[in-house]
Design a protein around this ligand. Structure first.
Ligand SMILES: C[S@@+](CC[C@H](N)C(=O)[O-])C[C@H]1O[C@@H](n2cnc3c(N)ncnc32)[C@H](O)[C@@H]1O
Length: 645
């Protein structure tokens, strides 16, 4: 949410600047500027009724409040180089009647851009269409258009005026100078206007290259395909096949990408890319990814092997117990079997701290603009009543395009709280930390359980979801959203405050009932967590006494479910057991009640409750480090990283 509030504050700052009458600070933009213009029609905004600035001014009357012209299209031309002020990209647009207005681009995708990036993405001389304009007015009556959704601004071309230079040469120079968006739109003029087929093909080919370099994959693919349709063989066709292959590879259609690489006839120049493509295709078809190779490369400092996407024995369905949609096994699986691995819509690593949510949101928006499939996936997550087609997530598969125009930042914001994941890994004996957060859409369909059936692992930036237990076809695939080794009321307060739900898992059913009958237990749990949060208040003896209290209570339990209930309770009060066991020699002589069991019994309880949970592996390291096994590992020259795996 941080970026959003920052952006909002920035908008307010700009507004305050305008209201305070200091908008002259923005006035240098209004240099005299003459041009003849003929804004082109806007492909994806056809059907919207055009609106002129004169009409907007008239509609305003004396009303200074913000007005929303829904269903209307405002056209004009960007007539300055973009400036970035307090997180807002500021432009000036001139319309057909030579009226000028401010344009404030204040959305996630652009708010942290440098001026260079802003100029790259919103180049001077671009003709633009702004859908559903939201207009406010400066004190001096200058209209200010706010663009919160990057998809509501469409660039349709570049109008070059007063230049004697060859426009084709200008486009090629822009491409060479890394001004990809500008170059693409300059080539658009030739795509639309060339009467010669050869010239159109050349323009489409170079435009495809410009889109590809800008990371706009769908557009790059579309242009390469159009050029190939016009000319399947001959000049440009090899390069277009290569562009198509590169775009398809990034869009996770490995099979089609490999075919294009192979038929491009440029195998020698692209052998490494082809090799990567083959590897990903193998992952996507067989679901096999060598984790050893992944971890060993990390240890040896080699570059980490990447993985393709894979979707195996899993489907999205409706959960029967009111949790909404969830993931389900489509066949019997064994513990450790891979359900899927998927790439993030947005993810960031940091070795110091959790990455800023604002950066993640910006990345989400950009990726949705680059790939319609990513956008469809995001929307399928937001539309909580729908069960999306699994094909949308499967690599090498066709999917159905449904979405036209959508408020991408609003979708991104909506998902980031409910669906985002944060990983924190503690590595090695020196307990180095690594943070990774992001949004993995297929993973986000998995519901939470405090005794989960699956486990999620970050492999590079991919999310790898595996069965944590043997499962039957139809069983739900659940993950632990939070540390499952905490008392029930601490867990339930977290699910409530962070995601707004009351956990419906069987362990919570059992423990909530137990706690409602036993207020002392609730108070002990809360006290323990508080003490652990604030180490200066930590009374080791009091905490370890809690383990004795729990042990005494559960020792009376009998019956068929007694063992699993005991496991759950030991897992809930794990931290108390840990304090006791780490200080056993000191405490043993004072214990008057039931003494807690050994490490092995506690570890058994943890692996029964949340097998394969990432944090469990870290705990195991702690145990290993505090036991003689650490000595053995050290003698053999192995780090505890091997145990963490
Ligand atoms: C990451 S989403 C999971 C997919 C979600 N069920 C859907 O239909 O989009 C998290 C949301 O699912 C629901 N949920 C997940 N686990 C749950 C649980 N154990 N008990 C109750 N609701 C749960 C909550 O509404 C939560 O905010």
């Amino acid at each position: 949410m941080a970026l959003w509030s920052a952006a909002r504050r920035s908008i307010q700052n700009v507004r305050a600047l305008i209201r305070s009458g200091k908008s002259s600070a923005l006035l240098p933009f209004f240099q005299s500027y003459q041009c003849q213009r003929s804004p082109r029609s806007h492909s994806s905004v056809l059907g919207l009724e055009p609106i002129s600035l004169a009409e907007i001014r008239e509609a305003r009357g004396k009303d200074l409040t913000k007005q929303h012209f829904s269903g209307r299209l405002l056209q004009g031309k960007l007539c300055i180089d973009a400036e970035v002020r307090e997180g807002i990209i500021v432009h000036v647009v001139e319309d057909e009647q030579s009226f000028r207005y401010y344009l404030f681009l204040c959305n996630f995708a652009s708010s942290w851009w440098t001026e260079k990036e802003a100029r790259q993405w919103f180049p001077r001389d671009a003709t633009v269409g702004i859908r559903d304009p939201v207009v406010s007015f400066a004190k001096d009556g200058v209209p200010c258009i706010e663009v919160l959704n990057p998809a509501s601004l469409e660039i349709s071309g570049i109008e070059l005026e007063g230049s004697d230079e060859d426009p084709w040469k200008i486009a090629m120079v822009a491409l060479e100078n890394h001004e990809y968006i500008r170059a693409a739109h300059l080539f658009t003029n030739f795509v639309h206007e060339s009467s010669e087929k050869g010239d159109r093909i050349a323009a489409l080919s170079y435009r495809s290259e410009a889109w590809l370099r800008a990371g706009l994959l769908d557009k790059a693919l579309e242009d390469a395909e159009m050029a190939l349709k016009l000319q399947p063989e001959g000049p440009f066709s090899s390069e277009n096949l290569l562009r198509k292959a590169r775009a398809l590879l990034k869009l996770h259609d490995y099979r089609a990408a490999l075919e294009c690489f192979e038929s491009s006839g440029l195998a020698d120049d692209t052998s490494r890319e082809m090799e990567r493509c083959r590897r990903f295709l193998e992952h996507s078809e067989q679901g096999l990814f060598d984790l050893d190779e992944y971890y060993l490369s990390r240890e040896s400092g080699k570059s980490t092997p990447e993985c393709g996407e894979f979707v195996g024995a899993v489907r999205i369905g409706m959960s029967p117990d009111g949790k909404g949609r969830g993931l389900f096994a489509t066949q019997d699986v064994k513990a450790g079997d891979v359900f899927f691995f998927c790439h993030p819509l947005s993810a960031m690593h940091d070795s110091e701290k959790l990455p800023a949510e604002s950066d993640l949101l910006a990345q989400m928006v950009r990726n949705c603009m680059a790939s319609g499939r990513s956008l469809e996936q995001l929307v399928s997550l937001v539309e909580s009543d729908e069960i999306p087609e699994l094909n949308l997530f499967k690599p090498n598969t066709n999917w159905q395009q449904r979405i036209g125009f959508i408020d991408i930042p609003a979708c991104a914001r909506k998902t980031s709280i409910d669906y985002g994941y944060k990983f924190e890994r503690v590595i090695g004996l020196e307990r180095r930390r690594e943070f990774l957060s992001g949004l993995w859409i297929l993973t986000a369909f998995a519901n939470h359980s405090c005794c989960p059936s699956a486990t999620q692992k970050a492999v590079g930036s991919a999310s790898l979801v595996r069965a944590a237990r043997d499962l039957k076809a139809g069983d739900e695939v659940t993950l632990a959203y939070l540390d499952p080794f905490m008392p029930w009321d601490v867990r339930s307060r977290q699910t409530e405050s962070r995601w707004g739900f009351e956990c419906a898992c069987e362990r919570c059913h059992f423990e909530s009932k137990l706690h409602s009958e036993n207020r002392d237990l609730v108070n002990s749990g809360i006290k323990m967590e508080k003490m652990l949060e604030e180490p200066s208040n930590l009374d080791l003896f009091e905490v370890s006494e809690m383990a004795c209290t729990v042990e005494k209570m559960i020792s009376r339990w009998k019956g068929p479910d007694a063992q699993r209930h005991k496991h759950w309770m030991r897992a809930s009060y794990y931290k108390a057991y840990e304090v006791y066991l780490l200080n056993r020699e000191e405490f043993e002589k004072f214990i008057t009640r039931q003494a807690p069991p050994s490490w092995e019994a506690i570890m058994e309880a943890l692996s029964f409750t949340a097998p394969g949970y990432e944090g469990l592996l870290t705990l195991l390291t702690t145990v290993v480090v505090s036991s003689s096994l650490a000595e053995i590992l050290r003698e053999k020259g192995l780090s505890s990283e091997y145990v963490v795996i």
